[in-house]
Design a protein around this ligand. Structure first.
Ligand SMILES: [Zn+2]
Length: 105
């Protein structure tokens, strides 16, 4: 199961042309994924979600390898990469990330 998730991450990494140093799947509290120093961590609970939902989280974290902050370009690319594959970005996810951003500032 974890292998499925890692495979999906690698497929998206190819698409976005980024190279994650390491991909880990583990238990994350209150988070779907995070990105630190080129290393990506994903919650294993993503495996209970739909493939489209997972893709939204995966693309988000992979884009952090290029853009550290949730700026306009970040959101545009996030949507663009998913749209290209006919995946609709889950509004709930966007809200969560925006909230997280708010809390930081
Ligand atoms: Zn983020």
């Amino acid at each position: 199961m974890k292998r499925t998730l890692k495979k999906e991450v690698m497929e998206w990494a190819n698409e976005i042309r980024v190279n994650p140093k390491e991909i880990q799947v583990c238990h994350l509290k209150n988070k779907w994924g995070c990105c630190t120093d080129g290393k990506l961590i994903f919650s294993h609970e993503l495996l209970n979600k739909s493939k489209d939902f997972r893709a939204s989280v995966i693309v988000h974290e992979l884009l952090h390898l290029r853009y550290k902050s949730h700026n306009k370009i970040f959101f545009m690319l996030w949507q663009a990469y998913l749209n290209k594959k006919g995946i609709k970005l889950n509004p709930c996810l966007v809200r969560n990330y925006k909230n997280k951003l708010k809390r930081k500032t």
